[in-house]
Design a protein around this ligand. Structure first.
Ligand code: EPZ
Length: 442
């Protein structure tokens, strides 16, 4: 297992290219199960989660090909670990065998997004056996809304030996449904039902749908495949079912969470970073909070410039569904506010227990107190390097950011959590001056 060693104190300066979005690519790769023929996806990041998803659909009868960047050779994509860290090689996905319908525990336990094959399998093959995703470091993550939405389209479900077993007699049937839950809309639940409804009989109206850019990106691919969809990106999506979908070409949207993380890296080091392939429209609430804190964010000719040059203000922030402040940037923002000039308050509304980073940040000299879904952050003058432990993807990113500014050296163990969602983060940070290296864990 790998660790990161980070020597803090450098003001970051330079250019970073944002990769394609992990949270868009994962459900989109699963949605390729719906299509006849080949689909070509561009901008798919090289991440361990993407490897798990391509392995999963490989086991469900798909042939997956990862092209090397232009001028490179083609090679079967069974484990991206063997590929050089080339960004954005195109991915070809072709359904070759539709007999299989089981998503095994061994893959699902490594990646919850495996649940995204449920809707496509039911719609296209009339049967799906998906291992029930287990516990998660960020809190309770049931899939009841996915099941409820697919049941409303006519699927029947039972649980058997730790699996969700879903079946469809004949074809799914469109209907009007409400898909909201106690914490609001569900992103992957919306996408699962959207995919299934694309091949259902008649019209489906999804009320209370998630509005995240990843939902729209998947809808845009489905439309290229021949689906009839309106209202994606709004709380009400209308889908007129079609008989068949065919392969298409699609470029994955930029990763707004990776972009937000690097914006905060610029702010926490009082640096100056230029972001390429960054869509600010996907980060409006993030820009709002960062500007409130005193960070300068400008966009010119497709490049986003982020800089700060003084001690930062404090803010209050509550995580919300899009277009609100994303829960996936909560930990990173907390890292920044640890150095704020006074008291900040963060409330986590999406995953109320998502605070595993608090203990580790306090080990670095931060002063954060948790009270239920709220964290009270007393800003300190400086953080100190320490040995800390990565626990989940975004909590680990917050520790990297804290390490960039801490006095001395920070050692972060279990960085495999980071590799799940950040493509070669240490290379991108080193390219803008960070003193960071990947080492073997002791
Ligand atoms: C997606 O997860 C993202 N994952 C998460 O990012 C992100 O935190 C989350 O959306 C919220 O933005 C991917 O896209 C792969 P939800 P998802 O269903 O779709 C409750 C990261 O760091 N809920 O929108 O699984 C749920 O418990 C990851 O990249 C139900 O109650 O999240 C939560 O409180 C972490 N029943 C809320 O809804 C359900 O059936 C929102 O969850 C489904 C969800």
């Amino acid at each position: 297992m790998d660790s990161f060693l980070i020597r803090g104190g450098t003001r970051l300066k330079g250019k970073i290219e944002i990769s394609g979005s992990k949270n868009s690519a994962l459900p989109i790769v699963a949605a390729c199960l719906l299509a006849e023929g080949k689909t070509t996806l561009r901008g798919v990041p090289r991440l361990s989660d993407i490897d798990s998803m391509t392995k999963l659909i490989g086991e469900l009868g798909c042939h997956v090909y990862r092209h090397e960047p232009e001028g490179g050779n083609t090679a079967d994509d069974s484990s991206a670990a063997h590929h050089p860290p080339a960004l954005n090689g195109a991915l070809d996905i072709e359904v070759r065998d539709e007999k299989l319908s089981e998503a095994r525990y061994d893959i699902v336990k490594t990646m919850r997004a495996s649940i995204c094959v449920l809707g496509p399998l039911l719609a296209k093959r009339g049967r799906a056996v998906v291992s029930i995703p287990g516990g998660c470091a960020i809190g309770d993550r049931p899939v009841d809304l996915h099941v409820r939405g697919l049941q409303k389209l006519g699927a029947t479900f039972r649980t058997e030996n730790g699996n969700i077993v879903g079946e469809v007699r004949g074809r799914l049937k469109g209907c009007r449904m409400y898909l909201g839950g106690a914490q609001g809309p569900t992103v992957l639940g919306t996408i699962n039902v959207l995919c299934a409804a694309a091949l259902a009989e008649g019209e489906t109206v999804l009320v209370g749908a998630a509005c995240e850019p990843e939902v729209s990106d998947c809808a845009d691919l489905l439309i290229k495949m021949g689906a009839k969809i309106k209202g994606q990106g709004t709380p009400e999506i209308r889908i007129e079912g079609v008989d068949r979908l065919t392969g298409a070409e699609h470029r994955i949207i930029p990763d707004r969470i990776e972009a937000g993380t690097f914006m905060i890296a610029a702010a926490i080091t009082n640096g100056e970073i230029e972001l390429k392939n960054c869509n600010l429209d996907h980060l409006i609430a993030v820009v709002d909070r960062l500007e409130e804190i005193g960070v300068r964010i400008e966009r010119e000719n497709g490049t986003v410039y982020v800089s700060s040059s003084r001690r930062l203000n404090t803010v209050e922030m509550t995580t919300q569904p899009f277009p609100g402040f994303p829960t996936d940037l909560q930990a990173q923002l907390m890292g920044l506010l640890c150095l704020g000039d006074g008291i900040s308050v963060i409330t986590e509304r999406i995953f109320p227990d998502r605070f595993l980073h608090v203990g580790e940040l306090n080990r670095m000299g931060a002063r954060v107190r948790k009270e239920g879904p709220t964290a009270i952050i007393q800003g300190v003058k400086e953080l100190q390097g320490a040995s800390v432990m990565a626990s989940d993807l975004r909590a680990s990113a917050a520790l990297v950011l804290a390490g960039l500014v801490a006095r001395g050296t920070t050692r972060i163990d279990r960085v495999y959590h980071i590799d799940r969602g950040y493509e070669k983060i240490e290379q991108k940070l080193a390219a803008v001056g960070a003193e960071i290296e990947r080492v073997k864990e002791k």
